[in-house]
Design a protein around this ligand. Structure first.
Ligand code: URA
Length: 263
């Protein structure tokens, strides 16, 4: 299939992206976040597709450069399909804009975590590279995210993320429909805390490995919406601020990067 034609899962092709086409994408897990980025922050935003609920829009940043706002869906299998197709249509820089749960007392709800690398406990990634292959973010994008966060006055943390396949079992949640947490997962959050891992989320590890293997730039910024040193629940009051902080920082870097690429 030519990447000019709409691709099967994302529902759009290279030809739909306009001229000049975007090479930079912000990738949200939640389609509502992808829509919000496009509608609130991009000029001349145009919806490309809502195939399978995966909202994608293209629009222009304040400096006039094109940006794609797309949806990965929840978890690494869905992300791997979307990212593969985004690269087929010409995307070369992907910044994941997500949410996460803190596992360190000093990483508070409302702040953001910028992942320098991931402990990748994800099955999808094993189809792409050996388990030992490093799940590491693009260092330049990561520094740019930290600098933008500082400039914008956003409370931020840079470090290692635990990227796992499940929200409940894999993140050691006892309050779920499954009363039988595997022995191998009991105590894992405390172990990760001692290993100086900052947070849990569900997509960055596979994204980073794909970036390494395919040769595109990948980074991840997540708003902190749960504080696992205090409880298992999402702190709903912190969500709007956390997500808006992540979006503002990601957009600032998208603008710098799209400018650098001269597109
Ligand atoms: N996303 C996750 O994967 N875990 C959390 O606790 C919150 C958001």
């Amino acid at each position: 299939m030519s990447a000019d034609q709409p691709l099967y899962h994302i529902g759009f092709g290279r030809r739909d992206l306009g001229d000049p086409p975007p090479t930079v994408a912000l990738l949200s897990g939640d389609p509502e976040r992808a829509r919000q980025i496009a509608e609130r922050h991009l000029r001349d935003a145009r919806k490309l597709s809502e195939n399978r609920g995966l909202h994608s829009s293209v629009g222009r940043l304040p400096n006039g450069r094109p940006l794609l706002s797309a949806t990965s869906g929840m978890g690494a299998p869905s992300l791997s399909i979307v990212v593969n197709e985004l690269v087929q249509v010409g995307i070369r820089t992907i910044i994941r804009v997500g949410t996460c749960g803190s596992i360190q007392p000093h990483v508070r709800p409302g702040s953001v975590v910028i992942s320098s690398a991931a402990l990748c406990r994800q099955g999808a990634a094993n189809d792409i590279a050996p388990v030992e292959y490093p799940a590491v973010a693009d260092p330049f994008l990561t520094v740019a995210l930290a600098q933008a966060a500082r400039r914008l006055g956003v409370e931020h943390h840079v470090g290692i993320t635990a990227s796992v396949d499940t929200f409940y079992e894999g993140q050691e949640r006892a309050a779920s429909a499954n009363p039988h947490l595997l022995r191998a997962l009991r105590g894992i959050t405390e172990e990760y805390r001692r290993l100086n891992i900052l947070n849990y989320e569900m997509e960055s590890g596979t994204l980073f490995k794909m970036g390494g293997v395919y040769g595109f730039r990948a980074a991840c910024i997540c708003g902190v919406i749960a504080q696992r040193t205090e409880g298992e629940q999402v702190v709903l009051e912190a969500k709007a601020v956390a997500v808006e902080n992540a979006i503002r920082v990601a957009l600032a870097v998208a603008e710098e990067v799209a400018g650098e690429e001269g597109i």
